[in-house]
Design a protein around this ligand. Structure first.
Ligand SMILES: NC(=O)c1ccc[n+]([C@@H]2O[C@H](COP(=O)([O-])OP(=O)(O)OC[C@H]3O[C@@H](n4cnc5c(N)ncnc54)[C@H](O)[C@@H]3O)[C@@H](O)[C@H]2O)c1
Length: 328
C-alpha cells in the first residue's frame, strides 16, 4: 500500500513507519521538524529508516495547505499506481501543559492540519484515514475510559484541539464516506521517547543523580502504553471499519511513584524525588477500556511496564552520550 504518515520523525510516527516498512508498504513521511523539543532526537529517529528504499521523507507543515498540496502532488507522482491508499495523521503539537502557553499553534496543527489532510483524502478519494487522538479528551471521567463516554469537558487546549479534530473526522465520514479510525492513545513511552514526558526525564535525572520533579503527590495514575503496542495497533487500524473511535492503552494504571520503584529496581539506584504542587491541567487517573480494540482490531498490548521500562533504559544506555546531551 502507499501510505502517508504525518509526524514521521516523532516518537510514535517513527515507530509506525518502521512497522509499515517491515510489512512491505511504501511510506511517504511528512514532518515539519519543529522545535517542540530537541530536534536532534527527530533526526536520530529518522536515521533508523530514512534511507529505506520504500521510504521518502518530505519536510512539510500540514497546517500550510498550499505546501501540503504541492508535497502530496509529488507523492502521487512517486507512488506505485499514482494514488495514495491511506493517510495516518500523527503530526501534532502534543504537550498538554505547553498548550496552555501557546494554544494557537495547537489549533493550527491539530485542527487545521487535520482538516487539510482530510480535504486531500476527499479530493483524491483516499480510502482510509487514521487520526492519533488522546486519552486527554476524557478529562475527569470515571475510569476505565470507554469510547461511548461523554467527552465534552477537556482540561487543556491540547485536549480540546484533539476533540475538534475528532469532530472533523466524523463530519468528513458522514459527508464524504471517508473510512476513519480515531485512535485514543494512552500515555505512550519507550525508547527514544519524548524528552518532555516523564519516562525520558526520570531516566535522565536518575542517571545524573538529580532530583526527580513530580507535580502532585506522585499517586496520580496513568495507563502507560509501550510504543510498539501503539504502533502495532495503529497499523492494525488500516482496515475498513466505517467511522470508529478506538482506545489504545495497556488497560493497567500505574502511579508515578510506582514507575520510580520500577526504575530503581532496573537501575539499582535510589531516586531523589522532589514533590511540587499539582498542575490544574493534569488528569488524576487514566485507564483504558480496550474491549473495542480487541474486538475490531484483534489487538492486545504485549508489553508490561517492567519490560517497557527495561527497553527504555536499554535505549538510553546504548545512546548514553547523545541521550545525556538532549535539551529539555
Ligand atoms: N506520546 C503520547 O503519550 C501520546 C498520547 C496521546 C496521543 N498522542 C498523539 O500521538 C501523536 C504522536 O505523538 P508523539 O508522542 O509521537 O509526539 P511527537 O511530538 O514526538 O511527534 C509529533 C511530530 O509531528 C511533527 N509536527 C508538529 N507539527 C507539525 C506540522 N504542523 N506539520 C508537520 N509535522 C508537524 C513534529 O515535528 C513531531 O515530529 C500526536 O498526534 C499526539 O497528539 C501521543
Amino acid at each position: 500500500m502507499n501510505i502517508i504518515v504525518s509526524g514521521c520523525a516523532g516518537f510514535i510516527g517513527a515507530r509506525v513507519c518502521e512497522f509499515l516498512l517491515e510489512r512491505g508498504d511504501y511510506v511517504f513521511g511528512l514532518d515539519n521538524m519543529s522545535d517542540s523539543y530537541d530536534v536532534r532526537l527527530k533526526h536520530h529517529r529518522l536515521k533508523a529508516f530514512g534511507e529505506h528504499e520504500r521510504f521518502a521523507f518530505f519536510r512539510c507543515d500540514i497546517s500550510d495547505n498550499l505546501q501540503l498540496l504541492s508535497v502530496c502532488e509529488k507523492i502521487k507522482n512517486l507512488s506505485v499506481g499514482g494514488s495514495v491508499d491511506s493517510v495516518i495523521n500523527l503530526a501534532a503539537c502534543a504537550g498538554v501543559r505547553q498548550s496552555i502557553e501557546n494554544p494557537w499553534i495547537y489549533y493550527s496543527t491539530n485542527v487545521t492540519g487535520t482538516l487539510n489532510l482530510l480535504e486531500f483524502c476527499r479530493s483524491e478519494k483516499v480510502g482510509k484515514f487514521v487520526l492519533a487522538s488522546t486519552s486527554s479528551v476524557y478529562g475527569e471521567n470515571k475510569t476505565p475510559f470507554s469510547e461511548d463516554m461523554k467527552t465534552d469537558s477537556q482540561l487543556s487546549p491540547y485536549a480540546s484541539s484533539k476533540k475538534s479534530a475528532e469532530g472533523l473526522c466524523s463530519v468528513y465520514n458522514s459527508l464524504y464516506g471517508i473510512d476513519t479510525s480515531v485512535l485514543r492513545y494512552f500515555t505512550v513511552y519507550g525508547p527514544a521517547g519524548r524528552p518532555d514526558m516523564s519516562v525520558f526525564r526520570f531516566i535522565r535525572w536518575m542517571d545524573e543523580g538529580k532530583e526527580i520533579a513530580i507535580f502532585g503527590d506522585g499517586e496520580q495514575k496513568r495507563d502507560f502504553t509501550y510504543v510498539d503496542d501503539i504502533a502495532a495497533g495503529t497499523v492494525s487500524a488500516i482496515r475498513n471499519l466505517g467511522f470508529e473511535i478506538i482506545n489504545l492503552g495497556s488497560a493497567t494504571s500505574v502511579s508515578l511513584n510506582e514507575i520510580i520503584d520500577v526504575m530503581e529496581r532496573r537501575s539499582g539506584k535510589k531516586a531523589k524525588v522532589e514533590y511540587h504542587p499539582p498542575h490544574p491541567s493534569d488528569i488524576n487517573v487514566t485507564l483504558a477500556s480496550i474491549d473495542k480494540a480487541k474486538r475490531l482490531l484483534d489487538w492486545t498490548p504485549g508489553f508490561d511496564i517492567e519490560k517497557g521500562i527495561e527497553n527504555s533504559f536499554n535505549w538510553y544506555d546504548a545512546n548514553m552520550e547523545f541521550a545525556r546531551s538532549i535539551e529539555f
